[in-house]
Write a protein that binds this ligand. Structure first.
Ligand code: FAD
Length: 420
């Protein structure tokens, strides 16, 4: 936040500052320092790096922040969750923030719907920092429209036998645990009949079909296209009721929308900070770039968008804290679309005002500009968010007094005219 953040309590502001401090002093040091950020961006990471990161993130209390402490969560709220994600985007990288984000929304699902077996065997070690998590949702045939996923599981005795393909799966190469939605009943397109299966990373029949890590940004996670060929999953590894996962998934996506937007904004804020300082010190035609209105208005617009996006995000986070993960659908979609679009615009402005040097690896701005790009469709495209907003906004705005034969016949008298 560039201006005063009146949306946060004093305690929440301190939480954000302390989290940034902890990340800088305890997490992103030694083997995981700035050089490691470069290694991630060049896909030179290892399984040990990710194990070390989740262990440090667990020690720093960053995993499953809104899950009760009894299950090794943080015992805090969604507001603290999004603040921690902002801090990770700002002080670390997008992909660190992504791994932690998985523990926030998947952690909530395992806590809210998981059996004692799921909570004890998977949730507790996950939030203790012992598990690298992979979310295997997207398929070749269905990304945005999850109801059309093709991956399926059939019941055989005390097991489910899983078959299908998932792609764009971050941490596919390093995941100790894969969270896999699959069809266990119903027809393609049905919301009923989806289940969430927990698949261990070393399961027979789970394989990497194609490496996808060399993509636009978001590098260093070992992302891949993966296959499940007759993977046997114990029946007790289904989260909640078989066939009932649609609402679990849409609810957890409501939280993921906020964490994705927030960590992209945190990263964009870092890029803006660098750009402001660079332009203040770069002399062009005998004056600093920051004295050129064309440049400083760019910074002004970026700062305004950033603050507006943070405020929308915190409002939506508070609604989830007050009403549970199904609350604040429209406000969350506003925060996701506006936040991710803003993060991309801010990072791009930072690059623009820095000129050529902004495109080099001398500053992290070019990495941030690439990294935040995917946020505009990752976990829910901006277009889909706008579709949600328009639907709920029309419901809010619609007034029965205006219904009828008025439009085009306004001269005969309309509620608009009468109210003037
Ligand atoms: C860097 C990165 C990391 C990712 N990590 C993961 C991961 O760890 N696990 C995982 O499961 N997935 C992951 N994904 C996948 C990501 O969630 C999907 O790319 C996203 O959900 C969109 O699905 P799709 O790519 O199949 O696009 P499609 O569903 O084919 O949509 C393509 C485009 O069409 C438009 N569109 C789609 N639907 C609508 C609509 N209803 N109305 C209007 N326009 C629409 C949007 O512009 C959208 O971007 C990752 C993707 C990227 C790029």
């Amino acid at each position: 936040m560039i201006g005063e953040d009146t949306s946060l309590t004093e305690a929440e502001r301190e939480y954000l500052e302390e989290t940034v401090e902890t990340l800088r002093s305890d997490v992103f040091v030694g083997d995981l320092d700035q050089d490691h950020f470069r290694a991630l961006d060049e896909n030179r990471e290892s399984a040990a790096d990710w194990q070390e990161f989740v262990s440090r993130a667990g020690d720093a209390g960053l995993l499953g922040i809104s899950v009760p402490e009894e299950y090794n969560g943080g015992g805090l709220g969604v507001v603290e969750t999004v603040l921690a994600e902002q801090a990770l985007g700002y002080a670390g990288t997008i992909v660190h923030a992504c791994q932690v984000s998985l523990t926030q929304h998947i952690g909530r699902t395992l806590y809210e719907h998981g059996s004692d077996h799921v909570r004890d065997t998977y949730l507790k070690p996950l939030l203790d920092g012992e598990v690298v998590l992979a979310q295997a949702f997207t398929e070749p045939s269905s990304g945005t429209d999850m109801a059309h996923l093709d991956t399926s599981a059939r019941r055989e005795g005390e097991e489910w036998v899983l078959n299908g393909e998932k792609r764009f799966v971050d941490f596919a190469r390093y995941g100790d645990l894969f969270v896999v939605p699959a069809r266990t009943g119903g027809e393609a397109g049905d919301r009923d009949g989806l289940s969430i299966l927990l698949v261990e990373g070393d399961a027979d029949g789970l394989s990497i079909e194609m490496d996808l890590s060399d993509w636009h940004g978001f590098r260093g996670t070992g992302a891949a296209w993966i296959r499940f060929d007759d993977v046997h999953v114990p029946a007790e590894n289904v989260v909640g009721d078989p066939g009932a996962a649609w609402s679990y998934l849409t609810n957890e996506l409501n939280l993921e929308h906020l964490t994705i937007a927030r960590y992209c904004l945190g990263a964009a804020e870092r890029a803006l900070e660098i750009a402001a300082n660079y332009t203040d010190n770069r002399i062009v035609n005998e004056r600093p770039l920051s004295r050129y209105q064309a440049v400083n208005h760019g910074i002004a617009d970026a700062a305004t968008k950033l603050d507006a996006a943070y405020l929308l995000n915190t409002r939506a986070a508070r609604l989830l804290d007050e009403g549970g993960l199904s609350a604040g659908r429209m406000e969350g979609a506003m925060a996701k679309a506006f936040g991710n679009d803003a993060a991309h615009e801010v990072a791009d402005t930072a690059m623009q005002v820095m000129g050529g040097v902004g495109t080099t690896t001398l500053y992290p701005v070019e990495r941030i500009q690439r990294d935040v790009r995917a946020g505009r469709f990752l976990g829910g495209a901006s277009e889909v968010m706008r579709s949600i907003v328009q639907h709920d906004a029309y419901d809010e705005l619609r007034d029965d007094a205006f219904a009828g034969e008025y439009v085009g016949a306004e001269l005969d008298g309309t509620p608009w005219v009468e109210q003037r």
